[in-house]
Design a protein around this ligand. Structure first.
Ligand code: C5P
Length: 205
């Protein structure tokens, strides 16, 4: 049983993927973390995230980096979105994700291209989204809660920039797979979105 959860930044796809994994007793992979690790390692190497060779060299990051809290920073998300446009980087991270998806017993993966590239044969595909304004509102509240001083306008601008980069890149752009369920949670609270996602997966598997 392979479950693909895709969607733009701050859409709640990670929370939904973890809830599905817990409900069905499956392992879950946040594939954004891999791109975040490459972006962060590029910076540690003093490389340029817009340079394909520098970003590719950073794909050789140590596994321990995946636990680094710095991967969660907003700035690391932006670095991730810059390194993720390079075809060579996507190719270098591909097998690890495919192997995770195809492990015996199944898996849940969340990202941008799980239903389209990593696991096009997934048993259930979800495309989780919400309006940019609502995603910015939630992300802004969450950042203020963590004590990060940032304006709503800055968060919204970052979300627009990431959406443009993620949907506009030539290789594996963010898009809904034809057979993915659209879960727009602009007007849903978290519990309702999780219930809808679990109901859909139950129906498909
Ligand atoms: O999901 P998250 O915000 O952590 O992802 C960070 C960035 O990594 C995204 O903006 C996107 O550019 C990239 N990414 C990707 N493909 C994935 C997961 C993330 O290109 N499967």
């Amino acid at each position: 049983m392979i479950i693909a959860v895709d969607g733009p930044t701050a859409s709640g796809k990670g929370t939904i993927a973890r809830a599905i994994a817990e409900h069905f007793g499956l392992p879950v992979l946040d594939t954004g973390l891999l791109y975040r690790a490459v972006g962060y390692q590029t910076q540690l190497n003093h490389g340029d995230p817009d340079n394909a060779a520098d970003a590719l060299a950073a794909c050789d990051f140590p596994d321990s980096l995946l636990d680094d809290p710095a991967l969660r920073y907003e700035s690391t998300g932006s670095l991730a979105s810059r390194v993720s446009v390079h075809r060579q980087v996507r190719a270098a991270l591909l097998q690890r994700q495919v192997d995770f998806a195809n492990q015996p017993g199944g898996a849940v993966l969340d990202g941008r291209d799980i239903g389209t590239v990593i696991a096009p044969h997934a048993d259930a595909k979800l495309f989780v989204t919400a309006s940019p304004e609502e995603r910015a509102r939630r992300r802004h509240a969450e950042m203020l809660g963590r004590g990060v001083e940032v304006t709503y306008e800055t968060v919204l601008a970052d979300i627009h920039a990431r959406d443009t980069r993620d949907t506009g890149r030539a290789d594996a752009p963010l898009r809904r797979a034809a057979d993915a369920m659209l879960l727009d949670n602009t007007n849903l609270d978290q519990d309702a979105a999780i219930l809808a996602a679990i109901a859909f997966v139950t129906e498909r598997t």
